[in-house]
Write a protein that binds this ligand. Structure first.
Ligand SMILES: [Zn+2]
Length: 224
């Protein structure tokens, strides 16, 4: 979410003061050490820590990073383009305080189609939840993982992949993308990492006819 951001249409997310950067420091990560930031999409709750307030100015939180975002989402959410959204004004202020500052600092890379970060990490478009939503695929040896952003918000959408969240901009496209990517994960034994699951946070999925099921939750300690 970021700290101290004005979110008039999401009061519970407004003017927050969280310990995110302290938590990163406790994990041994300094902001200047971060070289890549991935925005799977440009919703309010996925871009907030792109920037922090320095005096009265929003500045990049990670000054040495390249911020990866899709050109499609960048253009869709740019207020200058006056696009309508199912969020209504739910993303108000977000582009201005969390996207424009990193773009003006020359830190964004607006990719199209797909983008390879290195030999193990690759981004691909996964449209529907937002026009330019994306997923991050990790391949290491025989291990596979798929960071799916908001392709699913709850485990219900694995069991019932036809079910969209109320935040999906393009319902039919969102369903098709969910089917395709959960199918890909099931067939390739890729661990699925959604952005909003609590507890273990990631799961192996299997195909169950036209639906899917959780085979096993990842063996992580629950996040407290
Ligand atoms: Zn979202």
């Amino acid at each position: 979410m970021g700290n101290r951001k004005e979110r008039p249409y999401s009061p519970v997310w407004s003017r927050l003061d969280t310990s995110y950067l302290d938590n990163l420091a406790a994990a041994g990560v300094r902001p200047e050490d971060v070289d890549i930031v991935v925005n799977t999409h440009l919703h309010v709750d996925h871009v907030g820590w792109n920037t922090r307030l320095d005096g009265r100015t929003w500045v990049p939180t990670f000054p040495n990073a390249t911020y990866l975002m899709t050109r499609r989402d960048f253009e869709f959410w740019d207020p200058a383009n006056e696009n309508r959204s199912v969020l209504g004004r739910g993303n108000q202020n977000v582009f201005e305080d969390s996207v424009t500052p990193v773009h003006q600092a020359g830190l964004t890379h607006l990719w199209e189609g797909s983008h390879r970060i290195d030999k193990n990490l690759r981004l691909a478009l996964a449209p529907g939840h937002t026009p330019g939503s994306s997923v991050l695929a990790l391949e290491s040896g025989h291990d596979r993982a798929l960071f799916v952003g908001d392709l699913v918000h709850t485990a219900l959408q694995i069991a019932e992949p036809e079910t969209n969240s109320c935040f999906c901009e393009a319902p039919a496209e969102s369903r098709a993308t969910r089917h395709e990517l959960l199918g890909h994960a099931a067939e390739n034994n890729a661990l699925v990492f959604p952005a909003h699951f609590g507890g273990h946070g990631a799961a192996e999925v299997t195909r169950n006819g036209s639906k899917f099921a959780i085979k096993e939750w990842a063996a992580f300690s629950p996040i407290s």
